[in-house]
Design a protein around this ligand. Sequence first.
Ligand SMILES: NC(=O)C1=CN([C@@H]2O[C@H](COP(=O)(O)OP(=O)(O)OC[C@H]3O[C@@H](n4cnc5c(N)ncnc54)[C@H](OP(=O)(O)O)[C@@H]3O)[C@@H](O)[C@H]2O)C=CC1
Ligand SMILES: CC(=O)N[C@@H](CCC(=O)OP(=O)(O)O)C(=O)O
Length: 349
Amino acid sequence: MNENVRVAIIGSTGYGGVELIRLLASHPRAEVTSVISSSSAGAPIAEGYPHLTEIRTDLLDDVDPALIKGKADVVFLATPAGVAAKLVPSLLDAGLKVIDISGDFRLKSRDSYKEWYKKEPADQAYIDQAVYGLAEVYGNGVNGVDFVSNPGCYPTATLLGLIPAVSAGFIDPSTIIIDAKSGVSGAGRGASLGTHYSELNENFKAYKLNQHQHIPEIEQTLSDIAGRPVVTTFSTHLVPMTRGIMSTMYATIQGDHAAEDFIALYRQYYEGRKFVRIRPLGVTPATKEVWGSNYCDIGFAVDKRTGRVTIVSVIDNLVKGAAGQAIQNLNLMMGWDETLGLQFVPAYP
Ligand SMILES: NC(=O)C1=CN([C@@H]2O[C@H](COP(=O)(O)OP(=O)(O)OC[C@H]3O[C@@H](n4cnc5c(N)ncnc54)[C@H](OP(=O)(O)O)[C@@H]3O)[C@@H](O)[C@H]2O)C=CC1
Ligand SMILES: CC(=O)N[C@@H](CCC(=O)OP(=O)(O)O)C(=O)O
């Protein structure tokens, strides 16, 4: 399919939805024609988000698949866990293409979803239909499909940082430890005690240790790549900054590989993929270096003393970790250049 597309967004007044509206405003082949809100139907989007003042999109409340079908070809869902599981089947049945940014269709096992998300999973038939849209790894499988499940923010940074090394057998997958840090927008717009200014400011804390819902998503993909079950230690931390994720990963090297070998391996693995940038020897990336962009930047350090590699991977959680990668998946679904509408450099400082 090569024509332009009309886009609907559900969950439009959350951070993910608003980031979709911002990015799609400059996409050359997609037009946002339906912005659906459960809380603010009828209000102009700029009422809640003045930075979108020039974007003339009104909020609607017609989550009726037949009505959406009259206005749009593709639907993005940027809703809390549990919502897409209920809505997506009727959207697909109505003949719409769907990209879900939530975690509802990432896990192939319903039991695993129930265990980690504590919600009722979707029907297995629809879960089976979802293609996991980690674009740089599974992108070829996205071309022409009707339904993409967009990866989580932490899994995107983490998996892009680990997959080439696991795939090539450079590291022992059973030794992987992932130390991940996120900015506060990762928790969404809703106010909570944990994201309150005075709780966060000049503070740094670990959360959901060994309980994070992204653990099974990371393990599912690493097991697929390794060809055997992989379990990992994955620890998440909240950083007092707005955007950005840094995933710092440690693993025991198999064989004799220096940092130069990791750099060469990753440059080869991601050759032609514009959104992964590998740092030169001795340099690791910082979150500000990808701020507001769809890049994932990766750097390495090898410790000969311990025989371990440290891999540092950074993304903007709302762009490569959510709306940007979702648009990249739209481009791949439509058979377009994956960089369409996403070719902006990070904002700095
Ligand atoms: N923030 C991030 O960095 C990332 C988030 N995600 C995932 O993307 C999804 C959206 O996240 P985010 O935008 O941050 O979250 P927010 O909490 O900021 O926004 C979610 C939006 O969903 C809508 N919504 C809330 N409850 C319901 C409901 N019961 N039925 C339908 N719509 C509802 C609301 O919009 P409205 O009132 O307009 O309907 C709400 O603003 C989540 O599943 C999140 O886990 C994934 C990757 C990164
Ligand atoms: C900082 C922060 O709180 N981040 C959220 C990320 C939520 C998210 O993206 O959830 P899904 O990918 O599962 O939809 C968290 O750690 O739960």
